[in-house]
Design a binder for this molecule. Sequence first.
Ligand code: FES
Ligand SMILES: [Fe+2]
Length: 461
Amino acid sequence: MTEAAIGKAKARPGERPRPSVQDVLSQDSKPAPDILRLESPAQGLGSEDIPIERYFSQEWHDREVEKVWRKVWQVACREEEIPNVGDHIVYEIADESLIVARTAPDTIRAYVNACLHRGVLLRTEGGHVDRFKCPFHGFTWGLDGQLSHIPSAWDFEHIDPDTFCLPQAKVGLWGGFVFVNFDPNCESLESYLEILPAHFEGYPLEKHYKAAHVAKIMPCNWKLANEAFIESLHIHVAHPQTSAYVGDENTQYDVFPGVRHVNRMITLEGVPSPFLGEVSGEETVRQMQRDMPFYAGTNIELAPGEAPREKLAEAARAKIGKSSGRDLSDVSNCEVIDVIEYFLFPNLAPWRGHGVPICYRFRPYGNNPEMSIMEIMLLFAKAEDGSHPKPPPVTWLGVDDNWSDAPGLGSAGFVADQDTSNLKRIQRGLRTMRKPGITLANYQESRIRHFHKTLEHYMEA
Ligand code: FES
Ligand SMILES: [Fe+2]
């Protein structure tokens, strides 16, 4: 292969394209908070291939349920979805089903969703109840989980009503998310979250609410979907329409020393992809206005040769400030323009930016290792007084439905469709691959490797 053909491979190993994220942030007029000025490239994760069976083997999936899903803290819902006593959702993962309910104004509990008489699911969907009554023979439990009614009580004298309570999973709260854990001996949520709360101090997610929520049955293993959304290496090929305004190859990937569950990437926007070469500022702005309703109709005039970042940030501050009723004049350029995406093992990717306040969640679809559920939520800022519109119901998409047909996602829907079509091909391709593992880039796919290191740690426990 000629040097020209391998392109950037001729660059020195480990040499990343400039400007780096930190180069750009250091030029911004409104400086990013210290937490975003940190850079922590992964160290010592190795370069070994990742075995492909973990993406389709039933045996691996079954062990993952046992060793991961029944052991980790995982998000069940948002607090604002269940504002009143009696409100609840049903959270399902593999064979498990929980009723996550507000049982008192300040208490949320997660009950195992099965009648203790003959095993009927007590709830098949969320809603509002004042007790949990089984639809088969009428055994009933109060919101406190205590048995309150036995039909033909004379015939169940062997039941002790005081101990015949609904079993519970553990519940923890952070950032407006309701977390559950099936393991009674698990580490505390506080310890599990590691650095995440400190990194979100200047961007309190509990002051946000769910403004859109779309869930789709995906034609791939949950890890494949997860992995496609925690790297930017694929952007210039899979999403070529964004190349004039997404600094994909400049992305900063952070895997913090000693941290198991959290990693991060920062992808610049308003900066062209290094794969594209020279792009004028006007072209960058024009294409952003084309793809992001957010900037459409904003009057962004650049002086000759001016980089568009400052003006884009001003436009974003004005627009988000108006829609949220907040004063964003001191918010950094980075936090209104860029993609600042965190990851919490095993399956949550909350973004830390006012511009595109996305949150992804990925999980298996029942026990089928070749399908999954992927969700996109938009977490908008609440008004200063804490008020917010009621969160909309989840829009469910089948395996053949398009993200872009769902309401409320804007251009994120089109982008997710491009990813979905690749994910289907990966799931199929892995089965025909003559190589026992997939090969990862050392830097740009370091979050995927970090995810697998933590996954292996749980699987081997
Ligand atoms: S199975 Fe629930 S009351 Fe009988
Ligand atoms: Fe993508």
